[in-house]
Design a protein around this ligand. Structure first.
Ligand code: SF4
Length: 381
């Protein structure tokens, strides 16, 4: 059943000023213990017939800090638990400030073929404000080292950063489109309570772009990237043909996956399990040969339907109305009426009668539109 694995590496050299996650920053001495627990967690899932993976993802944290000897060891353990489909997509998230030629060679050796580079911004001052480890030059050096060695290179950028004007954002887009990369993820900066950035904002040391400016940047991103060959296949993700993230598409299509490591989630199609995010509890559960779950939730039909609606509206393949029509008969007139209103307001297009796809304007209201569809399908309005 499982064709996708996620492996979590929670270590980071420093904590980013916007980070709300349980990252282990500056605690490298714990790496060998964690690695052993991670390998043993994988072995807990070993079965007679190996899993045949279509995607494998090393996420974090900063998995590019995974020591090379331990990474080779992890690869050996993985090969006892799973085999890799010929087309298997194997991704690692990389901080440009942690990279060396030797890392790149090790990753190639173990079959990694996709790099997700955490660029975030091209502005040195902004990178310092975000407490990112890397500089603009590190990004350029990383690209020089990685290009041509891996099938796909993706970069992460952040939109809505303090002090970044629309003009500067346009310059960023222009520059990244000139790079030999195949995929771009754009995330909106979220200010989480009790992060250093939150306090800076509270003390008025920094100023975020206005909502109007952020919307303008988002709309400009869509048109600029599309014009430069990047298809917006998910609200935050743009890819050249053949370079969509197949791993993330599994999440967005509600497919099963297994997650390993601190705080990692797994999903079997009905039950979502979440590992503990306490380092001590994680290691001791594994030592006792038990799965390190913190919680397990069996999703109700209603939750599954809601999640599927929310996720499919984020994709450019859209919402297939008939798929969510629980009564199995013709589409409810109230849903038809809602679709007509959305069409009239140019918030959606319908490539066929049964499929609804958000327009750029509709994406800005994705949450509201998805919520309304959920209520209509569940007959709550
Ligand atoms: S790289 Fe990610 S997990 Fe690590 S400190 Fe930064 S935001 Fe947090």
């Amino acid at each position: 059943m499982y064709t996708s694995f996620y492996i979590h590496w929670p270590f980071c050299p420093y904590r980013c000023s916007y980070c709300p996650f349980t990252a282990l920053a500056g605690q490298d001495e714990l790496m060998p213990t964690y690695h052993t627990a991670l390998c043993n967690e994988l072995l807990l899932w070993k079965q007679d017939k190996k899993y045949e993976l279509e995607t494998l993802y090393f996420g974090g944290g900063t998995p590019s800090t995974y020591p090379e000897n331990l990474m080779l060891d992890m690869s050996a353990i993985l090969s006892t638990v799973c085999s890799f489909n010929d087309e298997c997509e194997i991704t690692i998230e990389v901080n440009p400030g942690t990279l060396s030629a030797s890392h790149s060679e090790t990753w190639q050796k173990i079959g990694i073929n996709r790099i997700s580079l955490g660029v975030q911004s091209l502005n040195s001052q902004t990178l310092t404000l975000l407490n990112r480890l890397h500089t603009y030059d590190d990004v350029k050096n990383a690209l020089a080292l990685l290009v041509g060695k891996f099938k796909s290179i993706s970069i992460d950028l952040m939109i809505g950063l303090p002090g970044v004007s629309c003009l500067e954002w346009e310059k960023t887009l222009k520059e990244v489109c000139s790079w030999p990369i195949q995929h771009i993820s754009i995330y909106l900066l979220t200010i989480h309570k009790c992060t250093p950035l939150y306090f800076q904002l509270k003390q008025k040391n920094i100023k975020l772009p206005s909502t109007e400016e952020t919307i303008r940047m988002f709309l400009c991103t869509q048109s600029y990237l599309q014009a430069n060959g990047f298809e917006q296949y998910e609200i935050s993700n743009f890819a050249k043909p053949g370079h969509r993230s197949r791993h993330n598409l599994k999440y967005w299509s509600h497919k099963p996956y297994l997650g390993f490591g601190l705080g990692a989630c797994s999903f079997d199609g009905v039950t979502r399990s979440e590992n503990t995010s306490s380092f001590t509890h994680y290691c001791s559960a594994i030592e006792q040969n038990s799965k390190p779950y913190e919680s397990q939730e069996i999703l109700s039909e209603e939750q599954i339907l809601t999640e599927k609606i929310m996720l499919s509206l984020r994709l450019n393949t859209g919402l297939h109305l008939q798929q969510f029509n629980l009564s199995g008969t013709s589409i409810n007139p109230a849903i038809k009426e809602f679709v007509d209103t959305l069409l009239h307001e140019q918030l959606v297009v319908c490539p066929t009668q049964d499929i609804v796809v958000l327009t750029p304007g509709g994406m800005l209201l994705e949450n509201e539109i998805a919520t309304r569809f959920c209520m209509l399908f569940l007959k709550k309005i």
